[in-house]
Design a protein around this ligand. Structure first.
Ligand SMILES: C[S@@+](CC[C@H](N)C(=O)[O-])C[C@H]1O[C@@H](n2cnc3c(N)ncnc32)[C@H](O)[C@@H]1O
Length: 341
């Protein structure tokens, strides 16, 4: 790519000027630059990222330099005047070039926090979003584990699951963030997690091991409920953050999402509702009577998803749960005749 080549030249020129300071003086027994190497690198990187249309150039430059130096961001400022090893500077420039092509920061650092847990992420999985924590909160509340989340003021009341192990199912597990967060909170729960992507399942397994819940999560490869033959009526709660972007909206996504995150994690059919139709028609068979279906929704999809729930005779009418921005984010339905709420 031509832009990449010229960018590479610019990067090398910048790297050279920062690593060959014009003025050196003796200080505390070592040669030090009059301009902090870290500050020079960050200024150049910020300008570079700005030129490529990155919306948070300074922050991203700091995160990437900290990552390359294996320190946290505060650690950068503790090293302002330290000479930087050339290998680390080269690694930083490689990361910067990737970020300039709008590769998400989380794929470059390899980590995203979710539910206060560090999840390994790369191009094989969707990056967990903060609003998806509302799915976890809702599930915990429904299972009687949590009472006081303000975002759940409109959620149905909790209920006591049947005696014995709670059985949970996560459809479209991706990085495993929902399944793993629930498993860490519910030490007695048995969790099943399904995805069509073997690559995603490999990442999810790694995350489950990292958080020491791999022994309680079964990862299954397959299309929605197909790998669950024989498990009908066996789950207390099904959660899903399905692909929900409508076909015509895919092209309008920011480049970080559109060009880098897995298409199979995004595309929800012509109107974005394909997966809700399937979850609602196939899911109830896998719930025990009184069990819950908890689904994340895209912005503006609340009324349509709740209408789809309302069409089901085997589910009680749905209710929506708000996210921190006050948007209807999660739909809840219950197997059985009793109305939710
Ligand atoms: C929006 S992502 C959600 C990932 C993760 N649960 C999260 O909340 O970050 C949707 C996931 O569903 C998976 N998926 C897509 N179609 C599927 C299908 N037919 N059956 C099972 N999983 C599917 C994708 O591979 C992707 O990992």
């Amino acid at each position: 790519m031509d832009a990449g080549k010229s960018e590479g030249k610019r990067q090398r020129a910048k790297g050279k000027s920062t690593e060959t300071p014009r003025f050196l003086h003796k200080s505390q027994g070592s040669l030090r630059s009059t301009r902090p190497a870290v500050a020079s690198l960050l200024a150049a990187a910020e300008a570079e990222l700005t030129a490529h249309g990155i919306s948070t150039p300074r922050l991203d430059a700091e995160v990437l330099l900290a990552h390359a130096l294996e320190v946290d961001r505060a650690g950068l400022y503790a090293r302002l005047y330290d000479p930087l090893p050339p290998g680390r500077v080269a690694a930083f420039h490689r990361l910067l070039a990737r970020r300039a092509r709008h590769e998400p920061l989380q794929y470059l650092t390899g980590v995203q926090e979710f539910w206060s847990l560090a999840f390994r992420v790369d191009q094989r999985v969707l990056i967990p979003r903060p609003e998806t924590e509302v799915v976890v909160e809702t599930a915990l509340r429904l299972l009687g584990k949590v009472e006081n989340f303000c975002s759940l003021l409109h959620a149905p009341r909790s209920y006591a699951p049947r005696a014995g192990r709670v059985r949970l199912l996560d459809i479209g597990t991706g990085s495993g963030c929902i399944a793993i967060a629930l498993a860490t909170e519910l030490s007695q729960a048995e969790v099943w997690a399904v995805d069509t992507s073997r690559d995603a399942l490999a990442v999810a397994r790694e995350n489950a091991e990292r958080h020491r819940v791999a022994g309680r999560i079964r990862f299954l490869h397959g299309n929605l409920f197909t790998p669950l033959a024989g498990e009908e009526g066996g789950f207390d709660l099904i959660v899903s953050n399905p692909p929900y972007i409508a076909r015509d909206d895919l092209a309008a996504l920011q480049p970080e999402v559109q060009d880098w995150e897995p298409r199979s994690a995004l595309a929800g059919g012509v109107d974005g509702l394909d997966f809700y139709r399937r979850l609602l028609s196939e899911g109830p068979a896998y719930l025990r009577s009184g069990g819950w279906l908890v689904m994340e929704m895209g912005q503006g999809q609340g009324s349509e998803v709740l209408r789809l729930i309302g069409e089901r005779r085997d589910l009680s009418a749905g209710s929506g749960v708000l996210d921190y921005a006050g948007r209807e984010r999660v739909a809840v339905a219950r197997k059985g005749a009793t109305r939710v709420g």
